[in-house]
Ligand binder design. Structure first.
Ligand SMILES: *Cc1c(COP(=O)(O)O)cnc(C)c1O
Length: 431
């Protein structure tokens, strides 16, 4: 399977090359040349398959040229060692809990898969690879955890000082070994700019092989299609058409769900729910795509003003807005609406959602109002304790801290403070 650049289709790469480079030389995102549907009986009998079998069948076509079957099976065993339960909280409304992994956010799946692939690919390489990543919170922890101890891979995580939650900061600054945390005196946008500058800096790239671990990397993006299949397996017996609502920021997650649908999974509709960062909802309405600087919200992992994966979604529908609209709705919600939804879910169902999940719930409700008699699943993308202050304040409760989180809270933070690009460059050139 080849992957081609969405900027220039002639720029092609193998899976391995695409993973190691992160992004095409022309700065385009890589996209699979073909998505082949799975046999119809796979979906008919999906409830008889283990999650490992499902994941293997789903990802095989994309990676098999570069990863032997036995290695792929081992990788999937490492990656998928936790549960993905669908929990019905109201009639015809369920949440897909994606927070049972080591850092309690859905990004664990993609980050672990990418780390395992890169570890395998660099096994016989003499050069080390440096993964450079900017985080507004959740990516950093998942990447740090996924790559910890992977040989010949070093990870440098940039995060905005004072702008991630305490738990998120601990998750990315306390692991040590091959994980370096850089605490940037600035915003998330500043971190991202520094990462981009490093990728374009010939003095650095002459010395170091750099790659990114954001969802632009195909090894982080594609495995996200697994949990849509796991959800389908659980919800199939409901006998109703399924609608997925995905709280969206960079739109990698919802795009992966659409890949699962292209592979033949029956889905009636997707809803991409956003906070007030509403570039895509506006585009779906007007057809004009106008990126803007991001606005800070309580669902901060979705504070994105120019969603990087949206080009992949447009590609899936041949850049045809009419076709896309048949399968995707996108709605935006304010922080007030989000908090009200958290309260409503708690009082109606005694279920605690985090602000991102609440945005997903709101999107689903809005869709189901006009499309009743569907079974709706909204993705709960992070455990509510990761957004402790908002949850405590909104619901007036003190949720119990799970053991994964308790463990990191007691560890010692270690970071390198930088206040300009030169700080990053000096570090990369000197190590
Ligand atoms: C990253 C993240 C999202 C957004 O996912 P995208 O794939 O960027 O759309 C939503 N919720 C949480 C908790 C996240 O960490």
């Amino acid at each position: 399977m080849k992957f081609y650049s969405l900027t220039n289709n002639h720029n092609q790469a193998s899976f391995k090359e695409a993973v190691i480079a992160g992004i095409a030389p022309d700065k385009g995102l890589y996209f699979p040349e073909k998505i082949t549907p799975l046999a119809a009986d796979f979906f008919e009998k999906i409830e008889t398959c283990s999650n490992h079998e499902i994941a293997f069948r789903a990802i095989h076509q994309f990676v098999s040229a570069d990863i032997p079957d036995s290695i792929l099976k081992d990788i999937l065993k490492n990656v998928l060692d936790f549960d993905f339960p669908v929990v019905e909280i109201q009639e015809d409304i369920a949440t897909l809990e994606l927070f049972h992994g080591p850092t309690m956010a859905f990004k664990d799946v993609g980050a672990r898969f990418m780390a395992n692939c890169l570890g395998y690919f660099s096994k016989n390489e003499s050069n080390e690879v440096t993964v450079l990543v900017a985080t507004s919170g959740d990516t950093g922890g998942a990447v740090a955890n996924g790559f910890l101890g992977v040989k010949r891979v070093n990870v440098v995580i940039l995060y905005p000082s004072g702008k991630v939650s305490d738990i998120q900061e601990k998750q990315l600054t306390t692991l040590g070994q091959n994980i370096i945390a850089m605490e940037v005196d600035g915003t998330f946008d500043d971190c991202q700019k520094m990462v981009k500058s490093a990728f374009l800096d010939a003095e650095i790239t002459a010395l170091k092989k750099l790659t990114s671990a954001n969802s632009i990397n195909v090894a982080r993006w594609l495995p996200q299609l697994f949990y849509f299949l796991f959800a389908f397996k659980q919800a199939k017996s409901k006998g109703k058409e399924i609608v997925f609502s995905i709280p969206s920021g960079n739109f990698g997650n919802v795009c992966a769900g659409m890949v699962a649908q292209k592979m033949g999974m029956p889905v009636k509709h997707f809803v991409a729910a956003t906070n007030v960062n509403d570039v895509v909802p506006k585009f779906m309405h007007s057809g004009a795509y106008n990126p803007v600087p991001s606005i800070a919200t309580i669902s901060n992992a979705m504070d994105v003003g120019d969603p990087s994966n949206f080009v992949r979604i447009r590609q899936l529908y041949g850049n045809d807005l009419v076709e896309l609209k048949k399968n995707l709705s996108s709605f935006s919600f304010s922080d007030e609406e989000t908090k009200d939804a958290m309260k409503e879910i708690y009082s109606k169902s005694e279920y605690v959602v985090d602000p991102h999940g609440a945005v997903g719930y709101l999107g689903l409700k809005k869709y189901q109002k006009k499309n009743p008699n569907t079974f709706g699943i909204f993705l709960e993308t992070a455990h509510p304790v990761k957004f402790l202050a908002t949850v405590e304040e909104t619901l007036n409760i003190s949720p119990k801290i799970p053991p994964q989180i308790q463990k990191v809270i007691n560890r010692e933070k270690e970071s390198i403070k930088i206040n300009s690009y030169e700080g990053l460059k000096t570090y990369l050139m000197g190590t």
